[in-house]
Design a binder for this molecule. Sequence first.
Ligand code: COA
Length: 168
Amino acid sequence: MNIRCETLADYPAIAEVNILAFGQENEAKLVEAIRHSDCYIPELSLVAEIDGVVVGHILFSYINLVGEETLQVLGLAPMAVLPQFQKRLIGSALVKAGLEIAEARGEAIVIVLGHPHFYSRFGFEPSVNYQIESPFPVPEEFFMVKPLPSYHEKYRGKVVYPRAFDGV
Ligand SMILES: CC(C)(COP(=O)(O)OP(=O)(O)OC[C@H]1O[C@@H](n2cnc3c(N)ncnc32)[C@H](O)[C@@H]1OP(=O)(O)O)[C@@H](O)C(=O)NCCC(=O)NCCS
């Protein structure tokens, strides 16, 4: 398996992976909307490929953390692995690769809405531990953050997702 940044030629395969993994088109549309927004970070849209075929995708993009000041932080969404390739650690490899790039860029914190069973293994913790408030009415253990070495206490407040996320 190889993990690399997406290229233009990957767009259709990435859409297909998202549609098949989620069983709907919303996340594929979200990826497109983020690409067309100023929240897009090309370096943090990663694909996992096996024998040259895209089997997984992960996207980190900028979202806002609104506290005393408004800060840009990373949001992890969406992530998808083709159903027949799931549970082979491809998703884990994508998360780890993304976190390494995020850290190397000097990003401070990554935010995700997801299952704690999966994300806690990468060091994600409930956002409430860091006084970061979810915009969604979900149980607090599902809204998680992963502080990176550049994290500082000023990163607190309420998360606001950009317009690109409206349709999801
Ligand atoms: C989530 C997803 C990307 C994980 O990819 P993957 O390659 O299967 O992940 P890995 O093989 O690295 O890890 C699998 C582990 O995560 C767990 N896991 C993954 N998604 C989970 C979920 N939604 N709820 C509970 N556990 C989950 C698996 O049970 C497994 O745990 P185990 O190692 O204790 O058995 C993949 O399952 C997928 O595409 N799911 C559909 C789309 C989706 O829900 N995306 C995530 C949105 S946050």
